[in-house]
Design a protein around this ligand. Structure first.
Ligand code: ADP
Ligand code: MG
Length: 700
């Protein structure tokens, strides 16, 4: 059967090649189906006619009935426009056209009544309408009672081609007449019944041409449900397929390494959340399927120990493990802290980074291959082809958003069957994102900080209050603490007019003179060995202040540092601010975060500052970040495979998404490959929507 919906839009009555080109370009409408899914962004009640005198809001749609007079052509040939006066018995308002002038000029006859529909705007302190929709008024146009009409997104170019909202309504009417009967149900009857959903055909008709508000709402609900449900079904199917077809090493036993560490070397009591997550990981590693788990935990929530204990499980089962960090500093730090935790245990652990010397590399390569080396920690250097393991069973990846999926996949080649993967991220991911963007992974959350932490006090100061800040820092240093000062950029950018790090450093050296005060600096353009040398000065307590760019953003753990100053804090995103703040508050002392900004802030900038001052809960901050920036920009959003929902909204639909996910899972439990007759519609739609990605349902 030929799919009518796949027809080129050009062939729809009322379109043709010229309009089709505009629809392609401006609205992404290529085939009938695209137009079917081009939804109104709002609806107006056309049964109500306003009086001109009632107009009191710009950016608001009005429907008016009146006469058009006083048409005038203005300006030079380059900047022509036509104005006219629209009048009814309550007042007058100006109409303006900048384009399609020839056509407008002869369109309206004086004395005739027209129906106008448009968005009021303000010009020179007066309301006007720019390019309103106008047609001859028929008394029959106005129905009794409610009469909703969709308002469709339409660009200037579309309007010039006669593709304003009103014309789009006409096209959609043509389309629905043609294809309505072919709109088959996709959802199983049982779900429709249980969820009390409107039928698919009726829903498409009503979202475009609503009978009334009630029907419209039902139509939106139905189509939104379908959108989320199909997506969740696709994710759940992909995940199930991978679990079934990708064998995993079985870490069946908890052995001597894990037990010895747990009983004798654990430096503190694990938090409830850490225990829960370790249980989740253990269960996962013990089942015969490859683990692909995302471990989310705020900065300082104690992910390292969870990673280590997972690695010990691998060792107990005769496997090697690797841990990869995005920067050399971080890899180093992981190496140090894991060495420290393992100090009395006979476990061989090495560090491999870009700056590891060749001779050392050789030794590492050799002991990896013969199995002596059990834990390898490092940077990207780990995925080079020359790094060959005897038996790699588990890979821990820290701060995943810096590594692509492709890089992760390279580990798979280092083992006969794919090793287990645990991805750790300190970026708390809002629940809706976790359920959509990461829906094909298992997720664990450490949502609790170790006990005894004093909550970090956050203060927002303007640059004019700098002296206050300097006094405060001196006091903290006098009582033995250390301080970070972070700058957004290294090189001066005239455009942004930032105090750059170097200049900042100079002024700080005046405020904190040697020898009483020692300042070190770390930034991304230094050589690794210089960086390390400076870091070491700070770690050893020889420097009081570390001036840095965001290289210290992730992972650095110096408990004695109790103050984090962020210069031009409003230029950082919330996720980054949160991570920076997480560098302090790691010791027993009260810690502080000082956000410095200019007095003038954008609305978003102010909201970010307020949020940081109000809360230290990373998950809450992530939710605000999502609200401010939308799903596309939020950290933790996967780069590739960005999901765009037509009706669904990641900011608002958490409950619905969760519900759809549950339904999708139970449907797949019953019919994993969608073979039941009741699921034929679903199957058809998934093939259409997800194409080759729908291969999880292939039988056999
Ligand atoms: P992150 O999740 O940011 O990687 P870390 O693993 O570096 O956090 O842990 C932060 C700090 O908290 C470390 O100094 C670590 O030793 C300590 N820590 C971790 N878990 C606990 C715990 N359960 N009780 C007390 N301190 C802990
Ligand atoms: Mg960490």
């Amino acid at each position: 059967m030929q799919d009518l919906l796949a027809n080129k839009i050009e062939f729809l009555k009322g379109v043709g090649p010229k309009r089709a080109a505009v629809l392609n370009k401006e609205a992404g409408i290529f085939v009938f189906e695209d137009l079917l899914n081009y939804f109104p962004f709002r609806y107006v009640d056309k049964s109500h006619i306003y009086g001109v005198g009632e107009i009191n809001n710009d950016n608001t749609y009005y429907q008016l009935c009146g006469t058009i007079s006083n048409m005038k052509l203005h300006g030079t040939p380059r900047t022509t426009r036509i104005t006219a006066t629209f009048s009814d018995n309550t007042g007058q308002i100006e109409l303006v056209w900048f384009k399609g002038l020839k056509w407008i000029r002869d369109k309206f006859e004086p004395g005739k009544k027209y129906l106008l529909f448009g968005k009021a705007s303000v010009f020179n302190n007066k309301f006007n309408f720019v390019h309103p929709d106008i047609e001859l008024f028929n008394t029959g146009d106005i129905s009794q009672g409610e009469s909703l009409e969709g308002v469709y997104p339409s660009s200037e170019n579309m309007k010039n081609q006669g593709l304003g909202s009103k014309q789009l309504v006409k096209l959609i009417k043509n389309l629905l007449l043609l294809i309505q009967e072919t709109l088959h149900e996709t959802l199983p009857e049982q779900i429709i019944r249980e969820q009390k959903l409107m039928g698919r055909q009726q829903a498409y008709v009503n979202i475009h041409l609503p009978e009334n508000t009630d029907q419209l709402q039902k139509a939106i609900n139905r189509l939104k449900f379908e959108e989320h449900f199909l997506f969740q079904l696709q994710l759940a199917g992909t995940k199930k397929k991978r679990e079934q077809t990708t064998p995993g090493y079985v870490f069946g036993q908890v052995g001597q390494h894990f037990n010895a560490f747990y009983k004798q070397h654990l430096p503190f009591e694990l938090t409830t959340a850490q225990k829960r997550v370790i249980r989740e990981i253990r269960a996962n590693l013990g089942a015969a399927r490859q683990m692909n788990r995302l471990l989310q935990g705020d900065v300082g929530s104690g992910k390292t120990i969870v990673a280590l204990m997972s690695m010990l499980l691998a060792l107990d089962n005769g496997f090697q493990t690797a841990m990869m960090a995005p920067t050399e500093i971080l890899a180093n730090q992981h190496y140090q802290s894991i060495q420290k935790l393992l100090k009395d245990m006979e476990i061989r652990c090495e560090l491999l980074t870009g700056s590891t010397k060749i001779a050392r590399r050789r030794q590492i390569a050799e002991s990896l291959l013969n199995g002596d080396l059990q834990i390898l920690i490092g940077t990207h250097a780990l995925i080079e082809e020359t790094v060959v393991f005897k038996q790699l069973g588990l890979v821990i990846i820290d701060e995943q958003h810096r590594f692509g999926v492709a890089q992760r996949a390279r580990f798979w080649k280092k083992s006969s069957i794919p090793p287990h993967i645990l991805v750790m991220t300190a970026t708390p991911i809002p629940r809706t994102l976790a359920m959509t963007q990461y829906g094909d992974l298992d997720t664990s959350r450490i949502d609790e900080l170790p006990p005894g932490r004093k909550s970090i006090k956050t203060i927002h100061l303007y640059h004019s209050q700098r002296l206050r800040m300097i006094g405060f820092i001196k006091k903290e240093i006098a009582s033995g603490r250390q301080v970070y000062i972070v700058y957004p950029l290294i090189k001066e950018s005239e455009k942004l007019d930032l105090i750059n790090l170097t200049e900042g450093l100079e002024s700080l050296e005046r405020d904190f003179p040697r020898p009483q005060y020692q300042i070190c600096q770390v930034h991304g353009q230094m050589k690794p060995e210089d960086k390390d040398w400076e870091m070491q000065r700070f770690i050893r307590g020889e420097a009081h202040i570390m001036v840095a760019t965001t290289v210290i953003e992730v992972g650095v753990d110096i408990p004695n540092a109790s103050v984090m100053v962020i210069e031009h804090a409003d230029r950082f995103g919330l996720a980054q601010l949160h991570q920076l703040r997480g560098r302090v508050g790691r010791g027993a002392e009260q810690s502080y975060c000082i956000l410095l900004s200019d007095f003038k802030l954008t609305a978003d900038g102010r909201k970010r500052m307020e949020t940081m001052v109000r809360t230290t809960d990373g998950f809450e901050i992530a939710e605000v970040d999502l609200q401010l920036r939308g799903p596309g920009e939020t950290q933790g959003t996967r780069q590739s495979g960005q999901i765009e929902f037509k009706l669904g909204n990641l900011l608002k639909d958490e409950k619905l998404i969760r519900h759809c996910r549950q339904l999708a899972n139970s449907l797949l439990d019953e019919d994993p490959k969608l073979q039941l007759a009741a699921h034929a519609g679903l199957r058809r739609q998934l093939i259409k929507q997800f194409k080759s990605a729908f291969d999880w349902s292939r039988v056999g």
